[in-house]
Design a protein around this ligand. Structure first.
Ligand SMILES: Nc1ncnc2c1ncn2[C@@H]1O[C@H](COP(=O)(O)OP(=O)(O)OP(=O)(O)O)[C@@H](O)[C@H]1O
Ligand SMILES: [Mg+2]
Length: 221
């Protein structure tokens, strides 16, 4: 089953008098439970594609269907709920809240939906990501790699249908990048989640089931 179905997707940005074709006719299906890497040069449209799947950008043309929901047919409020329940997002800069403990950061998205952590799932997730001893610590007390693991746990805590990550290992040395990438893949696989990751790192791309390459807003083979 395909969890993402994108047809003839176009997304333009106006830059002064010029129009940038950030996405220029994308057709892409992503199978449920698979790990897909999106690769391509800077400016090729990777972030635009990921943000469109996340319902953050509205397509100018074409359709984007995620987990059976047609995003173009949804209003702002519906899209907010869609993002909260269906999408787990991992950013390059973690975006952890400095005043909250790691535990509070991880469960934060649940609070937005008046939900509680699943009694078995939470410790399982925390353990897989090696965070057992950090739950009461604050983000600045952790290494960059451990902070990113906390951000991964936060992205997964709502059991989203799809986990999206934009250069999640971009600022790390090779060994940390590989560790974090390996943990991200292993955790998503354990909970049967679909994972879509943007990376420039060829070693990370090797972990993927499939690599989608973008060039000038188009998919190249
Ligand atoms: N919000 C925006 N406003 C104007 N132009 C934008 C915007 N977002 C992206 N673009 C343009 O769209 C094109 C694709 O950008 P995008 O950020 O998707 O590329 P990318 O592949 O993620 O690049 P990078 O590897 O540098 O992150 C670029 O030409 C960029 O300048
Ligand atoms: Mg980008």
């Amino acid at each position: 089953m395909d969890i993402v179905e994108i047809r003839r997707l176009k997304k333009y940005f106006k830059e002064g008098p010029q129009v940038v074709k950030a996405l220029d006719g994308i057709n892409l299906s992503i199978e449920k439970g698979k790990f897909t890497v999106i690769a391509g040069a800077s400016g090729s449209g990777k972030t635009t594609l990921l943000n469109t799947i996340a319902g953050l950008y509205e397509p100018d043309e074409g359709t984007v269907i995620v987990d059976g929901l047609n995003l173009s047919k949804m209003g702002e409020e519906q899209l907010t709920v869609f993002r909260r329940r269906k999408i787990g997002f991992v950013f390059q800069g973690y975006n952890l809240i400095p005043e909250l403990t790691i535990r509070e950061n991880i469960v934060f998205p649940l609070g937005l939906d008046d939900a509680r952590p699943d009694a078995a799932y939470f410790p399982n997730l925390v353990h897989l990501l090696g965070l057992d001893n950090y739950l009461n610590a604050y983000p600045h007390m952790l290494s960059g790699g451990a902070q990113q693991c906390a951000a991964i746990a936060r992205a997964l805590i709502t059991k989203p249908s799809i986990v999206l990550a934009d250069e999640p290992t971009g600022s790390f040395d090779m060994k940390t990048a590989q560790n974090v990438a390996g943990l991200l893949k292993m955790t998503a696989a354990t909970f049967h989640q679909t994972l879509v990751v943007i990376t420039h790192n060829p070693e990370l791309a090797q972990l993927a089931d499939r690599v989608v390459r973008l060039q000038d807003g188009k998919i190249v083979q």
